[in-house]
Design a protein around this ligand. Sequence first.
Ligand SMILES: NC(=O)c1ccc[n+]([C@@H]2O[C@H](COP(=O)([O-])OP(=O)(O)OC[C@H]3O[C@@H](n4cnc5c(N)ncnc54)[C@H](OP(=O)(O)O)[C@@H]3O)[C@@H](O)[C@H]2O)c1
Length: 236
Amino acid sequence: MAQAAKRRSGQSVPDAGEMHDLNGLYAAFAAKPMIIGHLGQSIDGHIATTTGDSYYVTGPENLDHLHRMRALADAVIVGVGTVMKDDPKLTVRRVDGPNPVRVVLDPEGGARKSATIFRDDAAETVWLTRETIPSGEEPIDFVHAAVAHLRQRGLGGLFVEGGGRTVSLFLAAGLLDRLQITVAPVIVGGGVPGLSWPAVPRMADALRPPCRTVAMGQDVLFEFDLAGAPNEKGAG
Ligand SMILES: NC(=O)c1ccc[n+]([C@@H]2O[C@H](COP(=O)([O-])OP(=O)(O)OC[C@H]3O[C@@H](n4cnc5c(N)ncnc54)[C@H](OP(=O)(O)O)[C@@H]3O)[C@@H](O)[C@H]2O)c1
């Protein structure tokens, strides 16, 4: 607990330069331990191609943004699908700042141990399975158990960086304070879906939380404020 709080209090708020609209968000994340999800998607709704290639959907300004968010987070969370496909480092390299704790959600415990985050010593990696954190049967039960476990360890500021299934589960569990979707002007034609959410029959029933947009080079980031959004929809 003390370690995360200390890191947070000593963390200066990154400066987004010309993308000054983002500075308010960074200040809020630095001040308060929120849970924020992010996905970078094509204009036709994919976060990776049919082969799972996602390097890169969005442009360099959005990558800088991701690294600023990592630097402010106590922990960055990804699903095992992302670890297996991308073998990410999940460290802060494009901006100044400390590396967050890296968390892999892997209920069935199938992650490949040769993945970089399990082998390097750039930052701590926490591997969460049904064995390490007992939870109920439903996918969102596991997500709730994971957040409770991390909070117990003093990790309150969480950045959920993908993939689509993991961010969707956090949304369905009602755990996200903010959701960021960065849309890139690229057409992929098919591939890994971004958000999934239960279908509604009428537009009037659609989830339409307060939203602001920030231009990031050619991309546009949509940031949804989910405080007060309905809790626990049945994504699974
Ligand atoms: N553009 C972007 O922003 C972005 C970001 C990250 C990743 N990606 C891309 O997205 C793809 C991976 O995304 P994805 O949606 O397929 O996978 P994912 O969200 O990374 O991982 C999903 C998998 O994690 C396990 N899992 C995690 N939490 C779970 C829970 N609560 N309940 C049940 N299972 C849980 C399940 O694995 P099992 O089914 O094996 O149990 C599930 O299939 C990759 O191609 C990657 O390149 C893109």
